[in-house]
Design a protein around this ligand. Sequence first.
Ligand SMILES: Cc1cc2nc3c(=O)[nH]c(=O)nc-3n(C[C@H](O)[C@H](O)[C@H](O)COP(=O)(O)OP(=O)(O)OC[C@H]3O[C@@H](n4cnc5c(N)ncnc54)[C@H](O)[C@@H]3O)c2cc1C
Length: 701
Amino acid sequence: MHDCESRRPADAVRRTEMGGSTVSITFAGHTLETHSYNTVVVGTGAAGFNAADALHNLGQHDVAIVTEGLNMGTSRNTGSDKQTYYKLTTSGGQSDSIWDMAQSLFAGGSMHGDVSLVEAAMSAQGFYNLVRIGVPFPHNKYGEYVGYKTDHDPRQRASSIGPLTSRRMVEQLQKQTEAKGIPILDGLQVIAILTDPDKERALGLLALNKRKQGDPEHCYVLISCTNIVYATGGPAGLYNRSVYPPSQNGATGIALEAGALGQNLTESQFGLASLKFRWNLSGTYQQVLPRYVSTDADGQDPREFLQDWFADPGAMLDAVFLKGYQWPFDPRKTMQYGSSLVDILVYHETMMKDRRVFLDFRANPTWQGQELDFAWLGEESHGYLANSKALFGTPIERLQHMNQPAIDLYRDNGIDLTKEPLEIAVCAQHNNGGLLGNSWWESNLKHFFPVGEVNGSHGVYRPGGSALNSGQVGSARAAQFIAARYTEEPMETAALLEAAGEQVRAKLNMGQQFLARASSGGSGPQPLRRSDTSGDGHDMVTWEVGELRRRIADTMDQFGGCIRSADGIDDAIKDLWSLLAQLSVKMKLAGSAELGRAFQNYDRLVAAITYLAAIRDYVQQGGGSRGSYLVAQHDGELPLDSLPEAFRHRLDDGTMKTSVQQIRFSQHGCEVEWVPVRPIPQEDQWFEEVWQAYREDRVIR
Ligand SMILES: Cc1cc2nc3c(=O)[nH]c(=O)nc-3n(C[C@H](O)[C@H](O)[C@H](O)COP(=O)(O)OP(=O)(O)OC[C@H]3O[C@@H](n4cnc5c(N)ncnc54)[C@H](O)[C@@H]3O)c2cc1C
């Protein structure tokens, strides 16, 4: 049996009064605070809050929310020019239907039909729930919630409340959960998903209490729960060049470690974004035609590099203009001076020539020494600027005229576009793939429901704004299933440790090993330094925590970014495996305050290995360029003859979009399987039949 004994804690975690019970136990030399709930929701983004709220509405009140930081995550801390929410058409006479919307989602490729149908069927419900709780989506005087057309959208299904749609969603959803008294265990970083020994069913969670990191024997929390709704967001920490907010880390790696399958991990989205303050450079930022300048690493030798590549100034300026609403990098738009050629050229400067790229709004672009002439512009860009009465002045003057809030946003974040150029790169923004879920958002790991961005429900292309729709639908759907089917009490702690004690012990040991190499007394990260610290005569190179995460992210930028190839990826994966194997001896913490970041590095390594294994497999299968990435192929074409061979590619011929790539991580390697896309179900819609099935409780299955 386990070395486990129970006693009441002196300092019970706050807010556990709603149905949860708290005791402390000793296990493997640690005092573990324990909790138990029917369902624990991990994450306080738009998806997590909605799951908790929906569960409560459906009568399951034994719920708690666990988060590493209440105010962290993408939903609360990001936005864009016009942050979009995609939904079923809710205005006007234009025809739309659940079936039509499901087809739009499905048409993106590599997306299962039943999931597409659910995302469409529950779209209006999710949207009107947000309206009801106070998210101010605009409507006209007849109550129609009008929409606009977003990318990959054949209708006008998109809505927005401005740049910060997801932040307002989170704020309003949080109020709902607070009004219901749903406890939030804040500052708990989940470090393990506990399962049965066969990794078939989730049983609970192990978390690090970040407030107690300085007290290694009392800093862990063990939670027994019947269900986990996993709303930990996208794997933001995987890339250095990233437009995810810095407060979002992601926790996909520990779910893969627990046996949850990943799917479509290849399908990340990339686009141009600013680095100092992370923000997508879409919309007016491009439509005002800023000057693109590159410099050397020290900011010297400024050059307007775009003009070296375009045939004439009109083609160059039109491509920049189109970036405004063709924001994500798209390999279909790289030839014939398409807008994604701009991403390629920025990538070429930054990733291949080690230069830095800036958007300068203070001066107009030039062409061979000549100042901008609006007559150079094509019909579309000229017409747009003419209609906006913006055929004048400098980019910053046009921006002031067309969209002053776009300037204010940067000023509020310490960047004055009237005085300084804006450093940019091609950045990771979103992962269409993620963890596998069925049409109730349940993973292959039973009782584990990945919802929101961590769930990889989307395929290759998705309509802009469908991520937020999917988050609301998936979280509500998981709640429905749990409230109907998984209502049983969680395991007793002793039984949990009987089943998953080895997993707990392994993580506690990992923590101890991390701390064994921590500098004493330090409480924060130290400057970047690589050191020989073995002290035993061996050449033992160690990495500080921050250095190691930059190294993982450098590898992802290079091999998992928007330009991919078979060259070097094997070695990159091997290198990550070797880092993982030696992590606890090679990572040097600056102090115990870095324990959480050290566990995150473990998570990132597992995720990076799995993501790169997925990419390698796709390339080996002969997969071409698609979605938001280019795959270098010798038998392809170059967007411009003068570009390096790394950009020679051919578009995917569409054959691979009829299947979904699934991947399983294990300590022995990653296993990949391609499964055929499930079609959109066409079931009997006869009311009496459905009603009977519903009355007989045959629906939620
Ligand atoms: C710049 C940008 C613009 C975007 N624009 C759009 C758009 O216009 N339309 C659209 O549909 N989508 C857009 N997206 C995507 C969309 O914003 C996200 O997919 C969505 O907000 C994710 O919500 P979420 O609830 O799944 O996760 P998040 O909001 O990221 O929340 C994750 C939560 O999990 C917590 N967490 C993570 N790991 C742990 C752990 N180990 N332990 C405990 N807690 C943990 C985090 O602290 C956080 O609270 C955009 C994304 C970016 C970056």
